[in-house]
Every structure is written in C-alpha cells, then in structure tokens.
Design a protein around this ligand. Structure first.
Ligand SMILES: Nc1ncnc2c1ncn2[C@@H]1O[C@H](COP(=O)(O)OP(=O)(O)OP(=O)(O)O)[C@@H](O)[C@H]1O
Length: 227
C-alpha cells in the first residue's frame, strides 16, 4: 500500500466499453491502479488486452465509461477540457505507438514542438544532453521521412522528455527496435528517473523490459491480474 501523499496518479474502478450496433465490447473491467511519485511502471499484457486503452485513459486523452482518474488527488472528470489539456501540457510527456512525428518539419522542430505548443521555454543544455544521450545530434536538420524506425522512435522520445515532464506515458517505446536501441532508451529512462525524478508508465509486450521497475501491472482481457 502506497502512502496517499506519495501517489501521483491513480484510477479507481475504471471500465471502458464500446457499443457497436447491438453488440458491446468491454475493453477494461473495474481497473484500479496507484502510481507512486518518481516510479517506473510497466503495463504488460498480450495484444488486445487493453493496455493502450488504459494508458490513454490514465493520460487523460481518452475517457473511461465508468470510474475516475486522479492526478495528485485532482479528478480529471471535475476539470473542463481546457484545464485538462493544460494539465497534460504542463506535466505529461507522450511517446505514442508509431511515433507520430510531423512529416514535413525538421527533427529539431519536432522535438521542440511541446515548447512551441505550450508557449514554454526549454532548457537548451538539457536539449543538447537529450540529443547526445539518444545519439540523434547529427539528425536535427533532417525530416522524419529521412529517418529509420529506430531513429524516429528516439526523436519521439526526445520530444516527450523536452519539458522535463512529471510523468512520461510511453506506448511500446521499444516495440520493433533492436536490442541496442532498446538499451539506449531504457538506460535514458532510468537516468532521467533518477536525475529528474520522472515517473514512467510504459506499455510493453516485454515483461523484463527494465530492471528495477517499481511495479508491473499485468492486464489480461481488460482486467488486472496478479501472478
Ligand atoms: N474504438 C474502438 N472501438 C471498438 N473496439 C476498440 C476500439 N479501440 C480499441 N478497441 C478494442 O479494445 C481492445 C483493446 O485494445 P488496446 O489497443 O487497448 O489493446 P492493447 O493491449 O494495447 O493491444 P496491442 O498490444 O496490440 O497494441 C481490442 O480488442 C480492440 O480491438
């Protein structure tokens, strides 16, 4: 049991279902989770088990059919859309499945996007540090068309980290990457967790993706399972 003041994010009895004509699919069933501040959390399960749906609801970019999500004790449902967008912009970083880079602008502009969108200054030294750590400093003038999958993923990760978010939500950040790229990324996550106290919520197919993770949330057919 985590102490109340140590919980940065939680959800309480979340369910999500989709109506399709006469049929109804229950994708998440009564999910309750507590995420400790400065922790590393894996959401692990098979394809179709509901991991992405859960991640998106925790990040406030999708809505549950039932139940509540709380950031530092504040309920998403009690905030309007613009307040929730502000909360996301100020506190969250996102690594989406499939990168979601903007195609026609440069790598540098892609990485700096969160600063432009949220009207925020960024730390230039830290930006250079991210480029160095991720091995993408020679790519900044290229566009995403000119990058390999692994390079695109590392750019997407630099973008997620730029504003030193309190929580990074990462959907399969190392999916389809080779072991070298996977190591670069998980080592950076561990470093930033220690140095900048970043909390991670990572969707993965790889149960042993990171050593020293705080908790592994196992999900099967939309339900949390304890093994
Ligand atoms: N908009 C939607 N309408 C209907 N069903 C949906 C919708 N979005 C997701 N689903 C279903 O919900 C289930 C869970 O999907 P989700 O993407 O959360 O799984 P996942 O565990 O992340 O899968 P993967 O590892 O393959 O990405 C799947 O069966 C999917 O088909």
């Amino acid at each position: 049991m985590i102490k109340k003041d140590e919980i940065i994010l939680s959800c309480d009895d979340i369910s999500k279902s989709y109506e399709n004509g006469n049929s109804r699919t229950n994708v998440l069933k009564h999910v309750s989770i507590e995420i400790k501040n400065e922790s590393v959390n894996l959401i692990y399960g098979k394809s179709g088990s509901g991991k992405t749906t859960l991640l998106n609801i925790l990040a406030g970019i999708d809505k549950a059919s039932q139940g509540n999500v709380y950031y530092c004790g504040k309920r998403y449902g009690s905030m309007g859309e613009s307040k929730l967008a502000k909360l996301r912009g100020n506190n969250f970083g996102f690594v989406f499945q499939g990168y979601h880079l903007i195609p026609r602008i440069s790598v540098e502009e892609n990485i700096l996007c969160p600063a432009y969108i949220n009207g925020k200054k960024y730390d230039r030294e830290y930006y250079a540090y991210l480029l160095q750590e991720l091995g993408i400093n020679k790519l900044t003038k290229k566009t995403s068309y000119q990058l390999s999958g692994g390079e695109q993923q590392r750019v997407a990760i630099a973008r997620a980290m730029l504003l030193k978010p309190k929580i990074v939500f990462a959907d399969e950040p190392t999916g389809n990457l080779d072991s070298e790229n996977t190591m670069i990324i998980t080592e950076l996550f561990s470093k930033l967790n220690k140095e900048y106290k970043t909390t991670y919520i990572i969707v993965t197919h790889e149960e042993n993706l990171m050593e020293n993770c705080t908790q592994t949330i196992r999900i099967k057919d939309g339900e949390i399972t304890v093994e």
